[in-house]
Design a protein around this ligand. Sequence first.
Ligand SMILES: NC(=O)c1ccc[n+]([C@@H]2O[C@H](COP(=O)([O-])OP(=O)(O)OC[C@H]3O[C@@H](n4cnc5c(N)ncnc54)[C@H](OP(=O)(O)O)[C@@H]3O)[C@@H](O)[C@H]2O)c1
Length: 301
Amino acid sequence: MADMTIIVTGSSGLLGSALVKSLRNDGARVVRLVRRAPRDDDESCWDPAKGVVDPAVLEGAEAVVHLAGAGIGDRRWSDEHKREVVRSRVEGTRTLVGALTALAARPAALLSGSAIGFYGDTGDLAVDESAPAGTGFLAQEVVVPWEAETAPAEEAGIRVVRLRTGLVLSGQGGMLSRLLPVFKLGLGAPLGSGRQYWSWISIDDWVLAVRHILKNPEISGPVNLTAPEPVTNAEFTKALGAALHRPTMPIAVPGFALRTVIGGFAEEGVLTGQRVLPRRLLESGYTFRHTHLNEALAAVL
Ligand SMILES: NC(=O)c1ccc[n+]([C@@H]2O[C@H](COP(=O)([O-])OP(=O)(O)OC[C@H]3O[C@@H](n4cnc5c(N)ncnc54)[C@H](OP(=O)(O)O)[C@@H]3O)[C@@H](O)[C@H]2O)c1
């Protein structure tokens, strides 16, 4: 990784900030594309919505990791927020890919953010990267069009990897941080049926897996970033309670209550799920640091 120049978008987010720190610790030069005025030479301003990015910054970089997009599960799904979730991803990816394909000296690799929401609700069926897109807003209106925007980069000969990320476990943000206050009070409970699968990955493994993908030029196409042992929401609830040494409630939170409080995200982000296997990562020789949920929770909490 040392001596590589890597461009990162969405670098102020949960995943971007952890990745940037790790790459810089390893001696890589990281240039962050930011949506505000740059603060130093390692930042460059872009406006993903207006198609503005400085081609001189992209020229000569070895790789681009594109993570920008409006938060999916951090607020109620109003029609306006849903439009922003889609628009920020589709337009941002289009802006970046348009600039990359127009370069004379293109980066070798584009690792573009995506999500296991691609697979829709898989029920008990375990899926890998060969599974087709599912149904619903997240799959059909967010992830499919978001991934499709990377196609011109592939056609231009850039190695494109679509980072189909699962539920990232971190003590610094994301879904786990939202669950922690409730579980610390001993009020954690299964959500809905509790049988829906949550395909998790520790933040350490997410960063290490992205670094593995950067270093291995034979990896391209969709890659699931999830641990090899997804669990049901009921199992997740038990494990999180145990990790915090707190009891959990014997009665599940009913689906209708979650739909009322959280809105549309409850259905697709919480009450249904995906049972996803990281086939491409394992086949390419990646060794997970945290295979079991208990180890991962102990590490991140
Ligand atoms: N965390 C997870 O569990 C998870 C799971 C599946 C998929 N993902 C995907 O992985 C990517 C990174 O996740 P994350 O958890 O790091 O997300 P995050 O914490 O919400 O950060 C996303 C970053 O995108 C930029 N951004 C925010 N709103 C934007 C907008 N309207 N237009 C353009 N850029 C915007 C911001 O960076 P700047 O202010 O620096 O531009 C923000 O820090 C996201 O696309 C997310 O959907 C995450």
